[in-house]
Design a protein around this ligand. Structure first.
Ligand SMILES: [Zn+2]
Length: 438
């Protein structure tokens, strides 16, 4: 018999494919196993959908919003161990002077517990999925499956010996094997191609061939800073987008983080290749990278989603804040309050993020979709009186209003309590890590 739950008399806010975000008050949502089996306003039909369940758990939705969990489209989950240790610096100094020297000293526990710490923070903020660009794939995937959290995890697919890069299939095969045997449908796979500035020119095409051979998406940073663009022009006489396109790394599964400094030609290439662009408003402002031109990317038909970037450059994983900043940044830089609406950024943070991460049946509250959802309690000063529920989610809400989170039919947060992560253990282990890597 399936475990089942009936959410009653609740406000449902959800994006749809090919239709506007809908808001339905006094709604019902039935969940059996890991699937949504009914969404609508009929209590009888909602109950009928659960008639084969041995037991139905009743959830009273008074003063609550039910909406999809967020899919954070760009993160580096273990980097919570570097939170608040290297701030107010340029990206070059921050990355090469502070972060990479510490990363070189990381051990397995640092990846494992750093990842869990970030997943805990994400869950408490209503996020149920992350596109994670980082080494330590098996440790991260293991922690995610134990937690019941969705991750699009990168594998390295390469090694560097005595300064010479070469393709190495071991990490790709290992992650594929984990996904097939232990992934429980929670893990998807992408190939890490850090950026146009980390590898020699003749190594980009082999990486593209490797991605093609395994039918893997590519996870890459593009045009994060003016320095990156200037160096690319000096080395290759073109923009990072053009060079990555030359290598064959841009297609409809590529997730490109940042894209702060693009030319109109770059935007056209990204739109034509159907690349997913992951916008990271906090990180781009904190590292003074600049303001991604989301409005023109949207006009040009680029596919857009939103990410937090790692906790070392943000310094939190709050997708409510990223949605709000994405919208405000677009309005502030264009002097036009009508651009990048609440509906736009909500869809980017939910449905688009899941599509970018390779989870086609998540991110919409509809019959037949996976039960990946969050419950927002609006019975609090921050969200009262509710007004438009969609505006409230984007412009008023924050992690402390997230009451419960369900991923794949399982509550990972229930009434503000984490159900699958031992926070005391995670806090003790990550504190040890921070002291060791100081
Ligand atoms: Zn990043």
């Amino acid at each position: 018999m399936n475990k089942s739950i009936l959410f009653s008399d609740i406000t449902i806010v959800t994006p749809h494919d090919g239709a506007p975000v809908s808001i339905v008050e006094h709604a019902y949502c039935s969940v059996t196993g890991n699937k949504i089996v009914y969404v609508g306003t009929s209590k009888d039909e909602a109950s009928e959908a659960l008639k084969d369940a041995s037991e139905v758990f009743q959830y009273d939705g008074k003063n609550k919003i039910l909406c999809p969990t967020f899919a954070n489209a760009h993160g580096h989950t273990p980097m919570s161990i570097f939170r608040n240790i290297a701030d107010d610096r340029s990206l070059q100094d921050w990355l090469f002077g502070q972060i990479i020297p510490r990363e070189d000293r990381m051990i397995a526990d640092d990846f494992y517990y750093g990842n869990l710490l970030t997943l805990a923070e994400m869950i408490e903020g209503g996020t149920g999925c992350v596109a994670n660009m980082y080494d330590g794939a098996l440790l991260i995937a293991k922690g995610a499956v134990e937690t019941g959290f969705r991750v699009q995890q990168t594998s390295m697919g390469k090694k560097c010996v005595d300064g010479k890069w070469s393709v190495d299939r071991t990490s790709v095969d290992e992650l594929n094997s984990f996904i097939a045997n232990e992934g429980k449908g929670l893990i998807t796979h992408s190939l890490l191609v850090h950026s146009i500035y980390l590898y020699p020119e003749d190594f980009y095409k082999p990486l593209a061939e490797l991605a093609k051979e395994y039918d893997l998406p590519v996870s890459v940073h593009i045009s994060e800073t003016i320095t990156e663009n200037d160096n690319c022009q000096k080395s290759y006489g073109c923009s990072p987008v053009q060079k990555l396109d030359w290598a064959g790394l841009l297609n409809d599964k590529t997730v490109a983080a940042h894209c702060v400094h693009l030319t109109p030609e770059d935007r056209k290439i990204l739109a034509d290749r159907k690349v997913w662009v992951a916008h990271n408003p906090s990180s781009n402002m904190k590292l003074a990278s600049g303001f991604a031109d989301m409005v023109n990317m949207q006009k040009d038909g680029v596919r857009l989603c939103i990410g937090s970037d790692g906790a070392a450059s943000n310094n939190n994983q709050d997708m409510f804040m990223e949605m709000r900043l994405a919208s405000f940044m677009a309005k502030g830089t264009t002097l036009d309050p009508t651009v990048l609406t609440a509906e736009d950024v909500f869809t980017m943070s939910t449905r688009n993020g899941y599509l970018a991460c390779g989870f086609e049946d998540c991110g919409i509250i509809e019959q037949g979709m996976r039960a990946d959802l969050q419950i927002i309690d609006y019975d609090c000063p921050q969200m009262w009186p509710l007004g438009n529920p969609l505006s409230a989610l984007v412009y008023s809400c924050g992690p402390k209003c997230v009451e419960s989170v369900m991923i794949d039919g399982q509550f990972v947060l229930y009434k503000h309590e984490l159900k699958t992560i031992d926070m005391e253990k995670v806090k003790a282990e990550t504190k040890k890590t921070m002291e060791r890597l100081k």
